[in-house]
Each structure stands twice: as structure tokens, then as C-alpha cells.
Design a binder for this molecule. Structure first.
Ligand SMILES: NC(=O)c1ccc[n+]([C@@H]2O[C@H](COP(=O)([O-])OP(=O)(O)OC[C@H]3O[C@@H](n4cnc5c(N)ncnc54)[C@H](O)[C@@H]3O)[C@@H](O)[C@H]2O)c1
Length: 386
């Protein structure tokens, strides 16, 4: 469906990651490429945020409401950005579709595979499109890495490893009722390091490995928790598609913060992509050094361009998330993560640090191994493979 006028964009959820969306929306509105249709959040925007909206040429008239349903019914936006807790994505996305809107929906798009299939059908039936907030899909370096793999530039793909080691205070796991929860009042949430904090890692690795949207993906999991109430904060997953293993090894309880890295193992070359900074390095089969093209296309800009020229494919359409959803569904079915024994955890400056976690996740990504396949003492003490 072509939009032949300036698209009007609503934002649902203005705090938390919604701040990043508000920045992107106001940046694009300032160029005249979109208009701000309205904001909705039960918590009012900060005075600074409101001031920036009111400063737009038609900003005085922009409705700012506490209820998304009322806003959507009133303004019927062309595009709705949904940046709210995971378990609210589907009901809010449906309200937006019912109001005739296209979607920019935050990741993970839904809290279960069943919801993903239902939402995909709803989007299709409404004749609208849904872009999912995997912003690394707009990375030029990621696209270049995927092209090199597809062209055989690093030989046969042996596997992809991802290591991520972040430092999170205990407050991170109690910042919201849904944080680190598998379900709330019987509704799936499926929040955790694998499915949320490092969702980009897996989704980006699957894209670099050129896994098709409809590929069969087998999932093995080892999920642990230290500070998280239910979900994993220290975990490995091995996804196997077309015989190629993709190992994701992550912790939110690292001694030091490291940029996460996707390590692409070819039998005649190797790439490393820091997907948060779009830094690509490596060497191809013919010995050439690889360096990535910088920059990325913002997902809202891409959605607006797609709606003006529908032959231009979306960077992160809902269908492209299907391989990632196999991981999320496996995690949901796995249930709460296993607690790590006290001996595996040190208290550093009032926050929990998993012993040797930083080196362990690197080892997993290098050797395409799960924790239990490396000599990791705390895994022997807390067996938990699914
Ligand atoms: N793409 C990324 O890099 C990235 C980074 C962080 C979070 N996220 C995703 O963004 C989403 C929001 O995460 P967050 O940490 O900002 O959550 P949050 O708990 O801080 O909530 C964000 C906002 O949504 C509002 N909200 C909740 N229910 C609402 C409703 N029914 N209608 C309108 N507003 C509502 C809250 O009041 C809050 O202001 C999640 O899906 C998360 O996974 C994405």
C-alpha cells in the first residue's frame, strides 16, 4: 500500500527505549519526512520531551494521551511505533492495525511462536506491514558480512559464535514488573538475556549466516540465572540450521563490560562483527583484509521509504524474525532458568559477577560449544541442558 502524503506517526511508549524512538521520530519530523501524530503512555512524557514535541511546526496540536487505544482511534496514524513491554506488543499492535496503521514494533516482536504466527496473519489480513526493531538489520557492515558469507568469500561456513558480556546492576532485574519474567498473570513475557538483552546478537548472527525465514532451526539451551527472577542472565544456545551451528553465549553478570562480537568461522577465513558499533574486521579465503562499510539505515526511515516505494524491501519485516522466534519459543518452553550455585558467583561492588563468565562466553563463541562442553566448574555443579 503506497502512502502518497507525509506519513503521520504515533509513538506508544515514550519512556525507556521509547526515548530512542522519540529522538528518531523528531529527527525525521524535522526533515519534513513524517509528521508526529501523537504520543501515548500511562506515564506522561518528561517536560523536556514534551517541549521538543511542542516545538515542532504543528507541535501544539499533537495529542499526548495516557491511553493508546484512545489515541489510535482518534488520530488513525499511518505508522505506529510500539515500544512497550514485551507482553503488551500483540494487543497494542492489533489496536494499531485496527486503526489502519503500519507498525514499527519493538523486539522481540511477541512472547511466543503462537503469538508470532497470529500477529503475522493479522498483519497480512490488514494489508499492512510490520517492521521489527532489530536495528542492527540496518547495519551496512552486517549486510556486507552476510554478502561475503553468501559469496563463499570465507570458504565453507563452519559456524557462527556470538559472545556477549555485560554488566548489569541488581536494579536492572527489578526495574519493571515484567523484567526477567517468563510470564505475568499467566501471560507469556519470555524476558531474559537470550530473548531480549542479546536478542540482536542471535537475530544478527542468523542473518549473517543467511538462514532463510522458513528454515528449520533446532535449538539446544543451557540457561542460568543469578540476579534475574525467572529468565536467564547467563546462558548459551546452539541453533542449528542447514547443518550450520550458531552458538550464542552471553551473560549480564560479567566482571567487565565488553562489546558483543559475532565471530563468523569459515573454513578458509574469518569475520568479526561488533553489531552494536557496526565494526567489521576479518580475512577472506584469498587473504584479503575485510573492513566494514560504516553506518546504518534507521528502521523508521526505512519503513517510510518502503511505504513510498513498496518495491524497496523492508530491512526487518516481521517474517524475517521467524528464525529468531525458534530460539524464543524454545526458551519459553524451557521455563524459568536454573539458579547458579552460590560458589559460582562473586559479589563485586554490590553486584553479582559469575566467576570466569567473560572468558567462558568467548570460549563458547570460538569453539562453537555450549557451557557444558567446556571445562566450566559451575555448570558441573548446576547441570541444566535442554
Ligand atoms: N531495540 C533495542 O535495542 C531495545 C533496547 C531496549 C528495549 N527494547 C525493547 O523496547 C520495548 C520496551 O522496553 P523498555 O525497557 O523501554 O520498557 P519499559 O518497561 O521501560 O516501558 C516502556 C514504556 O512503555 C509504557 N507502557 C507500558 N504499557 C503501555 C501501554 N499499554 N500503552 C502505552 N504505553 C505503555 C511504559 O509506561 C513505559 O513508559 C521492549 O520490547 C524491549 O525489549 C529494545
Amino acid at each position: 500500500m503506497v502512502i502518497d502524503r507525509t506519513p503521520r506517526v504515533a509513538l506508544i511508549g515514550v519512556h525507556g527505549f521509547g526515548r530512542v524512538h522519540l529522538d528518531g521520530l523528531l529527527r525525521l519530523a524535522a526533515t519534513g519526512a513524517v509528521r508526529v501524530a501523537g504520543l501515548a503512555d500511562p506515564q506522561p512524557p518528561t517536560p523536556e520531551a514534551l517541549e521538543r514535541v511542542r516545538a515542532l511546526p504543528d507541535g501544539a496540536d499533537v495529542p499526548v494521551l495516557d491511553d493508546a487505544a484512545t489515541l489510535l482511534e482518534r488520530v488513525r496514524p499511518d505508522i505506529t511505533i510500539v515500544s512497550t513491554p514485551i507482553h503488551t506488543h500483540v494487543p497494542l499492535a492489533r489496536l494499531a492495525l485496527a486503526a489502519g496503521s503500519h507498525l514499527l514494533l519493538e523486539k522481540p516482536p511477541t512472547a511466543s511462536m503462537a503469538q508470532f504466527r497470529e500477529l503475522s496473519a493479522d498483519v497480512e489480513a490488514a494489508g499492512r506491514v510490520c517492521q521489527v526493531g532489530f536495528q542492527s538489520f540496518g547495519s551496512h557492515a552486517l549486510a556486507h558480512a552476510a554478502r561475503l558469507v553468501a559469496d563463499g568469500a570465507i570458504g565453507r561456513l563452519r559456524g557462527v559464535g556470538v559472545h556477549g558480556a555485560w554488566v548489569r546492576e541488581r536494579a536492572y532485574f527489578t526495574r519493571a514488573a515484567w523484567a526477567g519474567r517468563m510470564a505475568l498473570d499467566g501471560v507469556p513475557v519470555t524476558d531474559g538475556a537470550l530473548t531480549n538483552a542479546f536478542a540482536h546478537a542471535t537475530a544478527s548472527a542468523l542473518r549473517v549466516a543467511c538462514v532463510a525465514h522458513d528454515a528449520d532451526v533446532a535449538v539446544e539451551l543451557e540457561r542460568y540465572r543469578v540476579a534475574s527472577p525467572e529468565g536467564d542472565d547467563t546462558a548459551t544456545a546452539r541453533l542449528t540450521a542447514n547443518g550450520v551451528p550458531i552458538v550464542v553465549a552471553v551473560t549480564l553478570c560479567a566482571a567487565e563490560h565488553h562489546l558483543p562480537v559475532i565471530v563468523v568461522h569459515g573454513d578458509r577465513g574469518r569475520l568479526e562483527l561488533q553489531y552494536t558499533t557496526d565494526t567489521l574486521t576479518g580475512r577472506t579465503a584469498d587473504g584479503a583484509e575485510v573492513s566494514g562499510p560504516p553506518g546504518r539505515t534507521a528502521l523508521l526511515d526505512d519503513l517510510v521509504a518502503h511505504l513510498a516505494h513498496p518495491t524497496r524491501p523492508l530491512l526487518a519485516p516481521l517474517a524475517s524474525c521467524a528464525p529468531f522466534m525458534h530460539l524464543l519459543e524454545a526458551v519459553r518452553r524451557d521455563g524459568p532458568a536454573r539458579p547458579l550455585p552460590d560458589a559460582a558467583v562473586e559479589e563485586v561492588d554490590g553486584r553479582p559477577v559469575v566467576v570466569d563468565a567473560d572468558a567462558t562466553v568467548r570460549g563458547c563463541a570460538e569453539r562453537l560449544a555450549l557451557f557444558s562442553e567446556l571445562p566450566v566448574p559451575w555448570v558441573a555443579a548446576a547441570p541444566g541442558r535442554t
